[in-house]
Design a protein around this ligand. Structure first.
Ligand code: FAD
Length: 283
């Protein structure tokens, strides 16, 4: 296998364009290396994206920008993310173990795997957008629309994710993340994240509730969101919302049955809503 390590974004997208479906980006390699022989048999060359200057985490003009090669560990350490509006990001990353993995794995890699991961759930709740570059320019994709199926995303051959963007939410908003896993070091069996926004009178004016590993790709729990909108987010409203997840077509597999995921889905939505509402009221 050929290994390329370009020093600029232009050089990387040119290489990826020229390689076509024979090549692919390589970031931390924590997914690529163990799955190379099983999933990437047609790949003849990798383009290492670690030298493209995409390791930043900044807050400019009320927009959080995280470069694609920022390590998961750097999200835990970032002062910018200690801002209460974004603290769900390090809280989510803290549940991705072990430490060696967080040091090596990148945000772009975690988002592009398109399988059982945690960060996409949290970032879809925050309404994150992806910036994508290719030989023909850049485009923005809402993360919510990025996933096409298990291990499938909507990137075209030759495209590279360069950045994740999240707009600073309104003042009375709060978010939270919850994960069910089998062991201390494990991929999620189910996770959930929510962001709620309240008006001055404490009524819910916006809600984004997301479930990961419930279906093949992360999904919004639309009926649960609708049930919460306009309420004062009393505990009874939260419980009613968490029970309105009938529109989710839960998966059953070797790690958890469909029925167990349905129960966990209700519990996870209830937990994230309680925490998100509490945080919104504190803001
Ligand atoms: C032991 C172990 C435990 C784990 N536990 C968890 C867990 O609890 N929660 C969780 O969420 N994840 C978990 N993971 C998954 C882990 O988070 C991923 O392996 C990691 O995030 C992938 O990032 P990477 O930079 O190493 O990607 P790579 O392995 O380098 O790449 C992964 C894929 O993304 C593509 N890619 C990478 N960067 C880009 C880019 N900028 N643009 C376009 N495509 C790109 C690559 O082409 C490849 O297809 C675990 C992994 C291991 C090995």
């Amino acid at each position: 296998m050929q290994y390329h390590r370009p020093g600029s974004l232009d050089a990387a997208v040119t290489l990826l364009r020229d390689l076509g479906d024979r090549g692919m980006p390589l970031a931390g390699g924590t997914f690529f290396v163990p799955h190379r022989r099983e999933l990437f048999t047609d790949i003849e060359a990798v383009v290492d994206v670690q030298d493209l200057g995409l390791g930043y985490i900044t807050l400019e003009n009320e927009t959080l920008r995280i470069g694609a090669t920022a390590s998961l560990a750097s999200l835990l350490e970032s002062q910018v993310l200690k801002n209460t509006s974004f603290r769900i990001i390090p809280e989510t990353v803290a549940q991705i173990t072990p430490l060696e993995l967080r040091n090596r794995a990148t945000v772009g890699g975690d988002l592009c795997i398109s399988a059982e991961t945690d960060l996409p759930t949290a970032l879809i709740a925050l309404n994150a957008q992806l910036l994508v570059a290719s030989g023909s320019g850049t485009r923005t994709i809402p993360l919510e629309q990025f996933y096409a199926g298990y291990l499938e995303n909507t990137l075209q051959v030759g495209e590279l994710v360069t950045e994740v963007m999240v707009a600073l939410p309104g003042r009375m908003s709060g978010s939270a993340f919850h994960k069910f896993k089998r062991r201390a070091i494990d991929l999620p069996v189910l996770n959930a994240a929510a962001r709620v926004e309240l008006d001055a009178g404490g009524r819910c004016v916006a809600a984004r509730i997301v479930l990961g590993c419930a279906e093949a790709i992360p999904v919004r729990a639309g009926s649960a969101e609708k049930a919460l909108l306009g309420t004062r987010c009393e505990d009874s409203d939260i419980v009613r919302s968490s029970e309105a997840t009938g529109d989710i077509d839960y998966l059953g597999d070797i790690r958890a049955s469909r029925e167990l995921r349905r129960v966990w889905g209700r519990v996870a939505v209830r937990e994230v809503l309680r925490e998100a509402v509490k945080r919104a009221m504190e803001n």
